[in-house]
Ligand binder design. Structure first.
Ligand SMILES: [Zn+2]
Length: 238
């Protein structure tokens, strides 16, 4: 894919994040304060909806239907391996007007890979996703949110912008429920937040996607009650 966009982080910031990345990525309150853009904190009147790990024929169609009913568009961080297994579904997600982004080809932490290996996985993922969906790719979120020097270099070389999340639903747990997902997502102010959910259980507890799916309607009510709008990362003012 072409490199159309500059990495949001400057070289100096990138180097310092690379040094401290694992601890910052895992320490959400500190990350939100020090790196609001990396943490997806944007327009205070808007909520960014993001879904990782799909597309998955067992679950993604239900998310597309629910989002259509609610009138929301979201950003889907796809895995190239999942796109390869379900190319028509990946194209359906794009055709429904959702934003397509890169999670990688395989779901492996970047911390245990060489920069070359991370780059190769990112390029393979981005090429597969772009070729299948026809989407212009802008965002990258690494598996597990783990950021290494290889992540930053790979993003720069491929013209992707790195973004993590402001709040997660912890929807990957077997014990997650729609209520627990909404409660976890709303531990931070919704206005300006980037919310992380999963439209597949391919890397987590079997059927846990049902908790995320069930959370969408009550979440939409909270968004409406606060007078906020919801949509993609590119609409989020980052
Ligand atoms: Zn993931």
């Amino acid at each position: 894919m072409k490199s159309k966009y500059a990495l949001a982080l400057g070289a100096g910031a990138a180097c310092s994040i690379a040094q401290a990345a694992p601890s910052i990525a895992c320490h959400a309150p500190l990350r939100r304060r020090l790196f609001p853009g990396l943490s997806g904190i944007g327009d205070r009147a808007h909520v960014a909806l993001t879904f990782d790990d799909g597309p998955d024929p067992r679950s993604t169609p239900q998310f597309l239907e629910a989002l259509d009913t609610l009138g929301f568009h979201a950003t889907f961080f796809m895995l190239g391996s999942m796109v390869k297994a379900a190319p028509h579904l990946a194209a359906d997600v794009a055709a429904a007007g959702h934003e397509i982004a890169v999670h990688g080809y395989r779901h492996r932490t970047h911390l245990l890979q060489s920069p070359r290996s991370v780059h190769d996985d990112l390029r393979r993922g981005a090429d597969t996703i772009a070729d299948t969906t026809g989407a212009d790719l802008y965002w990258h979120r690494p598996p597990f949110g783990t950021v290494s020097a290889g992540t930053l270099l790979g993003c720069r070389q491929l013209g992707l912008r790195l973004v993590l999340w402001t709040s997660w639903g912890r929807d990957w747990r077997a014990s997650a429920t729609a209520g627990s997902v909404v409660a976890d997502l709303t531990r931070v102010p919704l206005g300006g937040a980037t919310l992380l959910l999963h439209d597949s259980d391919c890397t987590s507890a079997v059927h846990c996607w049902r908790a995320a799916l069930g959370a969408l309607e009550p979440l939409a009510e909270q968004i409406a009650d606060r007078g906020l709008t919801a949509g993609t990362l590119s609409e989020h003012g980052l």
